[in-house]
Design a protein around this ligand. Structure first.
Ligand code: MGD
Ligand code: MGD
Ligand code: SF4
Ligand code: MO
Length: 754
């Protein structure tokens, strides 16, 4: 292919995964020299933000791992060849399994913002090892919302901001964090249109709040009181959608009673908001033709987060904001996405598992103990928990104490440095990849990106790594694969027949389905798409489960025909495929509670609401008078995906933002330094004085404080937020952390202090 051609791919820096077109060039033709939004992408339709132009920093990190690594006794690494690495990793993990049981082998990660095929292939390795417990970043953000949503709706919902007349963002700054398609276009349209209202709840005057019609500049952590007040006004002024509730909901009475009991004035006071403004906002929400709302980290990582998720969902239900254009919906997904209303417990702490995930905040204590069921080994794949989980120091100690830690990553991350083995992965541009974050409605899309570049000598795709591990563990043998390979050579129909008769009836083989597909169907696919093989299995599942939705998108016929046509389309259309077309009325069929109705009454949470309203004014520890929001999304943050600090065109040091009043009191100006101390740690930080902050509230960006090689040795830029957070600060229901609400103090830095 001509190196000057524009080639389709996707941005990997946030969950939107905008379609991109890139031009390769530079040394060896391996650099991304030009980038633009891909107009053919069905969801992003040409949109991309400033971060997409910095992807070459990902492809060319200086700390790329190019060969398997094994830790020596002195702590340093030596390189290994692949056969040795695979054999030793398989042997060590099998030994842990045989000695302590497979449940003692923990799996963390599976994909970052855009690479979810590794998690699909890892299911085979996990099954071969009998590994039961797992987690990923969702269990420190979304599990409270998932838990509540599944109890109320029996499903996870999303919202249609393009067609709403009232948009509500709760602890969410989509101008920078996106999470909704074409966020800035949508926000500007909302702001410009006098017939539509943009409501933002944020203690900071965020970039999104700046565009809002109503900015509720809540006191940090005050959201539960605000939502209680909004709900109470809806009930008192009878702005409740009675017809909708009669048709679709159950359990209204206890909710009405609880909300009637809320002292609106006291709740507004506690939220730090003007009662008249809260009442006006309730009126706007209650009279909306179509309300779309989104809660995110500002509330999900703060005190009362699960109660907030509940009150937020009550607001959606009480206003009838479900199942009509511009409101909330349940999307058709190609991949069964983590759901679950909290079945099962973690083995040591007995924490509730939501979507099968162990709360990130209990991980360290489930390793650092002498409980017989503690985790003894761990596979970390495409995640950096030593940086991203609360209390990094404690997590480092936990990871270091494991019998075996295996890390599968592209870079020598903070987590990889602690590993016994590092298995180097091909980058997301060096293999076929896909994101499972596809939540659009009524037309949902999926994007299988062909690889742009062959990997250099050394790294392998996760599909290949897991297939090799499976073989070494004896989970799949040649005798199983050969007839499937032979069938694949005779065409898709013969393959499907062989897969259905040989693999599907055998649970042991089904547990290895992903790597079997890769080893047998994969070789028949064009090389740049080979890792897409697992999608055939997912297409089969979607065709049998969502036949009508697929048919409306053009993939009709028998489930086998539909799956085949969809799989072929995914392979043939490198800018993405609309795979499901739905109707709004279907949302009601997707309410997954046993009686098919929305359950409003969750007694445990109503009780929590009662206790909240009865609780006295906020008490802050005098030793820690500030609230630190640890991990804000900014223009140049992208979790820890881009490790080279040179990628940032602004805010290079990741400044601590604080209000002008607090800066004046401390005698510090922008560019100055202060000491920031929490109960868990202390750091000297660069300051940015910002009128967007309210007094008493300070914020640090996420993704900083990474160790990165430079010509002069290793450098660390900015502060790693989780050196300052504590595992105990977590939600009582689902264990999500309070990263946005860390008690802190600031002190002037003594002259000469580092
Ligand atoms: N640029 C960029 N975009 C990203 C990412 C990235 O790293 N960088 N990461 C992606 C990921 S993984 C995620 S999960 C999303 C997260 O996206 P967001 O949740 O939007 O990100 P944050 O900036 O962490 O938090 C949002 C807002 O919460 C506010 N906040 C703080 N405390 C409170 C409070 O007590 N109450 C309320 N109501 N608000 C509060 C903050 O002021 C902030 O504006 O972003 C995604 N997009
Ligand atoms: N204090 C605080 N902590 C937070 C947050 C916060 O706001 N405050 N936010 C939390 C949130 S919402 C999230 S989502 C997490 C994110 O934290 P994590 O889930 O730990 O993930 P990332 O930082 O996105 O790291 C992704 C990893 O994948 C690697 N990688 C990239 N491409 C590939 C590939 O193709 N294959 C493999 N195998 N690896 C690859 C990268 O090198 C990197 O190590 O952080 C959480 N931690
Ligand atoms: S960072 Fe997110 S919004 Fe920006 S281009 Fe990448 S995927 Fe799209
Ligand atoms: Mo996230």
């Amino acid at each position: 292919m001509d190196a000057s051609d524009w080639q389709p791919t996707a941005c990997i820096l946030c969950e939107c995964n905008c379609g991109l077109e890139v031009r390769l060039g530079g040394e060896g033709g391996r650099h991304l020299v030009r980038t633009r939004g891909d107009r053919r992408h069905p969801v992003s339709r040409g949109y991309a933000c400033e971060k997409a132009h910095r992807l070459d920093f990902y492809q060319h990190g200086r700390d790329r791992v190019l060969a398997p690594l094994r830790r020596r006794a002195d702590g340093s690494f030596e390189t290994l060849d692949w056969p040795t690495a695979i054999r030793e990793v398989a042997e060590r993990l099998a030994r842990v399994r045989d000695t302590h049981g497979g449940a003692s082998i923990f799996y963390y990660g599976g994909g970052g913002q855009a690479n979810h095929l590794p998690g699909a292939y890892a299911t085979a390795t996990r099954a071969a090892l009998g590994s039961r417990y797992r987690s990923n970043a969702l269990a420190q953000e979304k599990t409270g919302e998932m838990w509540v949503s599944h109890r109320m709706f029996g499903a996870s919902t999303r919202a249609d901001f393009e067609h709403c007349d009232v948009a509500l963002f709760l602890g969410k700054n989509p101008w920078h964090s996106h999470s909704i398609p074409r966020a800035r276009v949508t926000l500007k349209e909302l702001a410009r249109d006098p017939g539509r209202t943009l409501v933002v709840v944020d203690p900071r005057r965020s970039e999104t709040a700046e565009l809002a019609d109503i900015h509720l500049q809540v006191r940090p952590g005050g959201d539960a009181w605000l939502l209680a007040a909004l709900g109470a006004v809806l009930v008192r002024e009878d702005l409740v959608a009675h017809d909708f509730l009669r048709a679709h909901a159950t359990g209204l009475e206890p909710v009405l009673a609880a909300l009637r009991a809320v002292d609106i004035a006291a709740a507004c006071e506690r939220a730090g908001l003007d009662e008249a403004l809260v009442r006006r906002t309730a009126g706007v929400l209650g009279r909306a033709r179509a309300l779309a709302s989104f809660e995110d980290l500002g509330v999900q990582m703060g005190p009362n987060s699960t109660l907030v998720s509940y009150l937020h969902r009550l607001l959606i239900a009480l206003t009838g904001s479900f199942g009509k254009p511009g409101s909330h919906f349940v999307p058709t997904t190609l991949v069964p996405f983590t759901g679950g209303a909290g079945k099962g417990k973690s083995p040591v702490a007995g924490a509730t598992l939501v979507g099968g995930l162990v709360p990130c905040n209990v991980l360290a204590e489930e390793i650092l103990c002498d409980h017989p069921a503690r985790y003894r080994a761990m596979i970390v794949e495409a995640a950096n928990p030593a940086h991203s989980l609360a209390d990094s120091a404690r997590l480092r100690a936990a990871l270091a104490s494991l019998d075996t830690l295996v890390v599968i990553d592209v870079a020598l991350t903070e987590t990889a440095r602690l590993a016994d083995y590092v298995l180097p992965a091909a980058t997301q541009l060096e293999k076929a990849e896909a994101s499972f974050f596809n939540f659009e409605f009524p037309r949902n899309a999926f994007h299988l990106r062909p690889r742009l570049l062959p990997p250099p000598e050394g790294p392998l795709s996760e599909a290949e790594i897991h297939a090799r591990l499976g073989a070494a563990l004896g989970a799949v043998d040649e005798a199983t694969l050969a007839p499937l390979r032979e069938a694949a050579s005779r065409g898709r129909a013969a393959y499907a027949e062989a897969f259905m008769t040989r693999v599907m009836p055998d649970p042991r083989l089904m547990s290895q389905a992903s790597t079997i597909l890769y080893r047998t169907l994969g070789p028949t696919l064009p090389e740049p798409l080979r890792e897409g093989a697992v999608l055939y299995g997912l297409a089969l599942r979607a065709a049998s489960k969502h036949g009508a939705s697929l048919a409306r998108a053009g993939f009709g016929g028998t489930p086998l025909e539909a799956a085949g046509a969809l799989f072929d389309a995914l392979l043939a259309r490198p800018s993405g495929v609309v795979f499901a077309v739905d109707e709004w009325s279907q949302c009601f069929e997707r309410i997954g509670t046993p009686d098919g109705r929305i359950h409003l009454d969750l007694p445990d949470l109503l009780e929590t609401l009662g206790a909240l309203c009865a609780s006295p004014a906020e008490v802050r520890d005098a030793a820690f008078p500030f609230v630190l929001s640890a991990g804000e999304r900014r223009s140049f943050t992208a979790n820890t995906i881009l490790r080279d600090p040179g990628w940032r065109l602004a805010d290079a040091a990741g400044a601590l933002r604080l209000s002008p009043a607090d800066a004046a009191a401390l005698g510090v100006e922008t560019g100055g330094r202060v000491r920031l101390t929490t109960r868990r740690g202390s750091a000297v930080v660069t300051v940015e004085v910002s009128g967007t902050m309210q007094p008493g509230h300070v914020s640090l960006p996420n993704g900083l404080g990474l160790h990165y090689p430079t010509d002069a040795g290793e450098a660390t830029t900015g502060v790693a937020p989780n050196e300052l957070t504590a595992v105990e600060d977590r939600d009582p229901f689902v264990g999500t952390p309070w990263h946005k609400h860390v008690p802190a103090r600031l002190e002037p830095v003594a002259p000469g202090e580092a």
